[in-house]
Design a protein around this ligand. Structure first.
Ligand SMILES: Nc1ncnc2c1ncn2[C@@H]1O[C@H](COP(=O)(O)OP(=O)(O)OP(=O)(O)O)[C@@H](O)[C@H]1O
Length: 462
């Protein structure tokens, strides 16, 4: 197969014979070779075409050999495009000028008269340099875009429903203050995303955003994780370590799943928040910390206070501003936006050409109850994008899992047929659904132990 030619070369020299000969030879090796005798046209030529390599004569005026013209035009070229690659054309005996020009930004030089093969080698090397420069530029642009996106206010938070607009308005109002914010909402509704947006829009955005998942922290590790430890404080403490509070100093601390914190640990957390200082485990010197606190939970935290499972004083300390994120099933109008947003992301990621979600799919998605909210939607779109052979996603691409059936009609108990087992089955199903299949929480709500809930599930074949 014939190799595809690349590279756009411009040669500027007042010697027409040289231009002709060079063009004939170089056209065999490069995609485009333009020639010009008048260097005054360089700016316009460079606007009309993005040249990869510009070959530039050093002297244009007859009987002048100082190279001054070459330096002038070299400067202009680099002014117009700082990544331009310029190869100078110099006469024999003019090497010193050429070396000086390289110090001023030229890439290389060729001596006239040249051997074609040598010229080709020089231009190929120059072309490679240009390609690397362009790649670096592209990476720089991408990085800049990335930072701009990161800085943009509600980056990637999709939603135009009234409930989401209310959320955006609240963020706008509270972000700049240092008020503690508690974000409530079911699993996968975007609590962490919102916490990050609050931080990004706050005065602390240049400092750290440090997250801790309090739901997965063991009581033994709680203090060392949050407050840090001194070397030797316990067996695994091989060196001094700052805890999350210290790491978040001057920034924001995000306490996720705060509703899962056992009562004993709630008191320790409260003390640190009240005193605005922490003492590392094994240490005795309190360290002042300045943090903005953002907490989140999917638990009914106000009920928990009522049931003495969450300290009221701690709740008051963390919920100066309370924000509740709507479940996805309560903002159905956002489903097309979200679906197409994730289709775009995953089509790019998996190199597929999928344009959007079809009408039928959107309708079906709007009937489904999305217990895992946006995370579930995101994952199911990812799976569908990988698996589909369609250009527009269809219901069968997404609704492949057995459990993804539209929510059943509310189950009701008929008064003509009072049967305690039927009632129990309905309640268990409801509790499981409400807690997304979380056995401990469902059991708690039903007033059962985990094992007695398991026994019932088995008995009723649920
Ligand atoms: N409004 C939104 N627009 C776009 N993506 C979203 C939105 N909300 C959430 N997501 C995406 O959904 C996923 C889950 O979001 P996130 O982790 O913030 O939820 P969460 O409420 O903190 O979940 P959990 O309670 O399980 O910790 C993330 O990938 C997030 O980027």
């Amino acid at each position: 197969m014939k190799e595809q030619k690349t590279g756009k070369i411009l040669i500027v020299d007042d010697n027409e014979d040289l231009l002709k000969a060079a063009k004939i030879f170089l056209k065999r090796h490069f995609a485009q070779v333009d020639t010009e005798t008048n260097p005054g046209l360089l700016p316009i030529l460079m606007v009309n075409e993005q040249y990869d390599v510009i070959m530039l004569d050093m002297n244009f005026t007859k009987d002048v050999s100082s190279g001054q013209e070459g330096f002038y035009w070299l400067d202009r070229i680099l002014e117009i495009d700082s990544s331009a690659v310029v190869v100078l054309i110099t006469a024999y005996g003019d090497v010193n000028t050429a070396v000086k020009a390289i110090k001023e930004g030229a890439t290389d030089f060729v001596l006239k008269p040249w051997e074609n093969e040598k010229l080709l080698a020089t231009l190929n090397a120059a072309l490679q340099l240009r390609q690397s420069k362009m790649e670096v530029n592209q990476l720089k642009n991408q990085q800049q875009q990335f930072f701009e996106d990161m800085d943009s206010k509600f980056k990637d938070i999709i939603g135009q429903s009234p409930s989401m607009i209310k959320v955006f308005e609240t963020i706008e109002r509270v972000a700049a203050t240092d008020a503690n914010v508690l974000i409530l909402g079911e699993n996968g509704t975007g609590k962490e995303l919102i916490a990050r947006a609050i931080h990004r829009n706050s005065k602390r955005h240049r400092e750290a955003f440090v997250g801790v998942d309090l739901g997965s922290i063991t009581s033994t590790l709680f203090e060392s994780e949050l407050f840090g430890h001194k070397k030797g404080a316990f067996t695994d403490a091989k060196e001094d370590r700052a805890g999350r509070f210290e790491q978040a100093h001057k920034g924001s601390l995000f306490l996720d799943e705060i509703g899962n914190l056992p009562l004993a640990l709630q008191s320790k957390l409260l003390a640190a928040l009240q005193n605005r200082e922490v003492t590392r485990v094994g240490g005795n010197k309190p360290i002042p910390v300045n943090i903005r606190l953002i907490s989140a939970t999917n638990m009914p935290i106000h009920n928990m206070v009522f049931e003495n499972k969450f300290r009221q004083d701690l709740l008051y300390r963390i919920n100066t501003i309370e924000l509740t994120l709507p479940a996805l099933r309560d903002r159905l109008e956002d489903i097309p936006l979200l679906a197409n947003h994730f289709i775009e992301i995953y089509s790019k990621k998996y190199n597929k050409d999928i344009r959007k979600a079809g009408e039928a799919l959107i309708k079906r998605m709007q009937k489904y109850h999305w217990p895992g909210n946006i995370r579930e939607l995101q994952h199911s779109i990812e799976r569908a994008v990988i698996m589909t052979t369609h250009g527009v996603l269809q219901p069968e691409d997404l609704f492949t899992q057995k459990h993804m059936t539209p929510e059943k009609q509310e189950e009701t108990v008929s008064l003509d047929h009072l049967n305690i087992e039927d009632v129990e089955k309905i309640l268990i199903r409801k509790a499981l659904h409400k807690h997304n299949g979380h056995i401990t929480r469902a059991a708690e709500e039903l007033g059962l132990t985990r094992s007695s809930l398991y026994r019932r599930l088995e008995r009723y074949g649920l």
